[in-house]
Write a protein that binds this ligand. Structure first.
Ligand code: SF4
Length: 485
């Protein structure tokens, strides 16, 4: 499901970020800082639940972390030595307060706050079964399915109930849960979405990305492994791997291309260096006679540096990005909306006049922004515009936690590369190949029998069953309550 917003910049959107702290007197303040560093993973809503040893305290809101947790009173109310937080960009469930995470529920064993990054691919199917058996859902979020599966489990401990619940779900998820006895971090058996473990003195941290550890001065300890449940309690850190071992792990390769922050280390790889290597591979595969290489900022910058270094062409900033275009800007009329790209990007004319330009971006989704950027660079005086993309053509939708248009809206699903180039108005268009992408990630190429990454949006090879999608989930009404944020 695609959630649109003013001045949509035509990128796929990461859905969520998770951050949790166990064992620090200012746990909630650390979580707020961590969420701030994860803001790129979701800008629609955020929440924190803290536990003070007796009671849980929650605060959730719509908008950016800095606004939701700005007041001293709010932060003072989030007492406790452990806390769990979440930033959200909805792909499943509508934009409403009832869906803002972490969700909280009172169980027979006590309270539990829970949130996740990713998407369950059989949540509608499970939800129908649960509702038939009497579960009353409060939200339309797929996370609540896990809550009800935990509630209906007959196991005794929180961990055992969690395992029983997660054995029933399919999908890509990195999950955080805060119970009275501790904090849990879980990755799905294929490890599609990231989750790392960090340490700050005696306190332990779980975070979607390592850049969120840096902001609080915590040390990166390790990635939580695919299929691993890490439980942190008064006795320390415990690890279990209760799921059947997957054939191979399938980390989302788009995290390396675009979603993760370039200052994060993901699965042992610097995201910035990986992007530069992809850019270099792009240059080797698709050279062109040109005068300068310019990125579409910010996401195209590292790949453009890699392209420039490999090709020997000078790297220049030919497009300047305005960082102050907020999501809270006035809802535009259609007439004004088409100007939106100029609010965010402007051509640096002095650099472009009479130049043959290699323009580097990370992906093309619908092609609307690429068309406007190519036109902007050309009308600023570039004599030729050659677009180079540091991912293969995005031909398929993602069902694993990334907001994607329906397949028929993806430019690469409608046209071949030559026709895409004509559509965006470029003199030439080229993408890094799927094998080139794998080479940049240190592999010999893509092994079709056992690919090392999830690359389904480029190949259509979905590693996790799409149970709901295949059953036509779009026709299922989740709630009769219409609620606005
Ligand atoms: S389909 Fe694409 S965006 Fe989605 S998890 Fe796989 S690689 Fe990532």
């Amino acid at each position: 499901m695609l959630t649109t917003h003013p001045y949509d910049d035509d990128h796929l959107r990461e859905e969520c970020g998770v951050f949790g702290v166990f064992g620090h007197p200012e746990a909630a303040a650390l979580v707020a800082l961590g969420l701030h560093a994860l803001q790129h993973r979701g800008q629609e809503a955020a929440g924190i639940v803290a536990f003070d040893g007796e009671q849980f305290h929650a605060h959730r809101g719509m908008g950016h972390v800095g606004d939701i947790f700005a007041s001293k009173e709010v932060m003072a109310s989030l007492e406790g030595h452990s806390a769990l937080g979440h930033v959200r960009y909805a792909t499943t469930g509508e934009v409403a307060m009832r869906n803002v995470q972490p969700l909280f529920a009172d169980f027979e064993f006590g309270g539990l706050a829970i949130c996740h990054n990713g998407n369950l691919t059989n949540s509608y199917h499970l939800r129908r079964q649960l509702v038939r058996r009497g579960s009353l859902f409060q939200s339309t979020s797929d996370t609540e399915v896990i809550v009800h599966l935990i509630a209906t489990s007959l196991k005794h401990t929180v961990e055992d109930r969690m395992v029983e619940a997660l054995r029933q779900v399919e999908g890509a998820y990195s999950l955080g849960a805060l119970a009275q006895n501790g904090l849990m971090g879980v990755r799905d058996p294929l490890g599609v979405r990231p989750l790392v473990l960090g340490q700050l003195g005696d306190a332990w941290i779980i975070a979607s990305e390592s850049c969120a550890l840096d902001i609080i001065g915590a040390e990166f300890v390790r990635d939580i492994e695919p299929g691993e449940i890490v439980t942190i309690d008064a006795l320390g850190v415990h690890s279990t791997k209760p799921f059947a071992k997957a054939r191979s792990q399938r980390f989302c390769i788009f995290e390396h291309i675009y979603f993760a922050r370039p200052d994060s280390i993901v699965e042992g790889t610097s995201v910035y260096e990986a992007r530069k290597r992809i850019g270099a591979e792009l240059a080797r595969e698709n050279p062109i006679a040109a005068d300068i290489v310019i990125p579409v900022p910010d996401s195209g910058v590292p790949a453009a540096i890699g392209y420039a270094q490999e090709s020997g062409l000078p790297f220049e900033l030919g497009i300047i990005r305005n960082h102050y275009v907020g999501r809270t800007f006035i809802e535009p009329t259609d007439q004004i909306r088409h100007l939106g790209v100029k609010l965010k990007h402007n051509a640096n004319r002095a650099n472009l006049q009479g130049k043959r330009v290699v323009l580097v971006d990370d992906s093309i989704v619908r092609g609307t922004t690429s068309t406007k950027i190519v036109e902007m660079v050309r009308s600023a005086g570039a004599s030729e515009v050659h677009m180079r993309i540091s991912s293969p053509p995005t031909t398929h939708s993602c069902f694993y936690g990334i907001a994607t248009p329906e397949r028929d809206q993806l430019l690469a699903a409608r046209y071949d590369v030559r026709a895409m180039g004509r559509f965006i108005g470029a003199d030439s268009l080229a993408f890094v190949s799927i094998d080139g992408l794998y080479r940049a990630m240190g592999e010999p190429g893509r092994d079709p029998a056992a690919p090392k990454f999830c690359d389904a949006c480029f190949t259509g090879d979905y590693p996790i069953a799409l149970t709901d999608h295949e059953a036509g989930k779009v026709s299922i009404q989740l709630s009769l309550l219409a609620e606005t944020a």
